[in-house]
Design a protein around this ligand. Structure first.
Ligand code: BDR
Ligand code: CA
Length: 309
């Protein structure tokens, strides 16, 4: 039986590569793709999802445009990292199709309700759509197997201690982390282990197919902004891709059971994931937190996947 997943995302270079990895996996069934405002405004992230949809040859999968704003705060996007379009770098043809007429959060609700098997939600942007779905229809929890999140960590990339996805909608993140569902969190601690080094980029460049060419262009742009913004000289981290890699090959990951609380009030700490690695709070475990990646195994998986196109 294939694992049924819904991808909730804000493409985004690494979101795009996560879709590329997922689309070619026989063990995954993508039930739908919902988009959220994050790396760019919602129209842009949705167009970007549709461009990748065409690129990887997906068929008959609903792409639903979701939240254009965080639950209670003002929207902020990340052009310094992903460019004005949210997916700067490669040239794409205009998308061949449009988004569905359902809101992303309603698509999540419908797909979860209709599925005969519990669904895994893979969330790689701000958690607005997922929080909305859980708020509107809490009963869908019964048919959610797991929520796999890219977000947070024990340090930050948008403020000194907050990561972009959680910082962009901390109230939504709190709703999700407090949901008592099985949750796996790939934060910066583990995603910064998945660096697309020159060696990796050479390997991808040597795969001559249209998807590999786009991945190369995406990584070239991403490498540039990571160098400019964060002084990353070895290459950019493929954050979001780890969520899909985890769905396919959990053995590549060392996880720790922890409590994670989301800071929604702090003057300097807004959007922080307070990851209780030592169990000092004695609060109940609410997440598995990624601590170590089998880096070689991860890139092997990636290269094999891209070569399949
Ligand atoms: C996260 O923020 C976005 O820039 C990426 O797509 C990723 O989801 C990393 O902090
Ligand atoms: Ca993302």
């Amino acid at each position: 039986m294939r694992k049924k997943i819904i991808m909730d995302c804000d493409p985004g270079h690494d979101d795009a590569i996560a879709i590329i990895l997922a689309a070619v996996q026989p063990q995954l069934e993508i039930l739908g793709i919902s988009t959220v405002s994050g790396n760019a405004e919602i129209e842009k992230t949705t167009e970007n999802a549709l461009k990748i949809y065409d690129l990887v040859g997906l068929n008959n999968i609903e792409v639903a445009k979701g939240a254009s704003e965080p639950l209670v705060r003002l929207r902020e996007t990340a052009p310094s990292i992903h460019g004005e379009s949210g997916l700067d770098g490669p040239e794409f043809p205009e998308p061949s199709r449009s988004w569905s007429d359902k809101h992303g959060s309603d698509m999540i609700i419908n797909k979860v309700k209709q599925s005969e098997k519990p669904v895994t939600i893979v969330a790689t942007g701000p958690l607005t759509n997922v929080a909305l779905a859980l708020t509107k229809r809490p009963e869908i929890k019964e048919n959610i197997a797991e929520i796999v999140i890219m977000g947070g960590g024990t340090f930050g990339n948008w403020t000194p201690i907050a990561e972009f996805n959680i910082w962009a909608d901390p109230e939504a993140a709190k709703k999700v982390l407090d949901s008592e569902l099985p949750i796996t969190v790939m934060g910066l601690d583990i995603t910064h282990q998945a660096i697309a080094t020159q060696e990796v980029i050479k390997q991808i460049d040597s795969i001559d197919n249209p998807v590999a060419n786009i991945v190369s262009d995406l990584l070239a742009f991403f490498a540039h902004t990571y160098k400019e913004s964060f002084n990353f000289n070895d290459g950019p981290p493929l954050h979001d891709v780890l969520t899909i890699a985890y769905c396919i090959a959990p053995d590549l990951f060392t996880l720790k059971d922890v409590n994670i609380s989301i800071e929604t009030k702090g003057e300097y700490t807004l959007g922080t994931t307070c990851v209780d690695l030592l169990g000092v709070t004695k609060k109940p475990i609410n997440a598995k937190f990624g601590v170590e990646l089998d880096v070689e195994g991860f890139w092997k998986l990636m290269i094999e996947a891209i070569s399949k196109y």
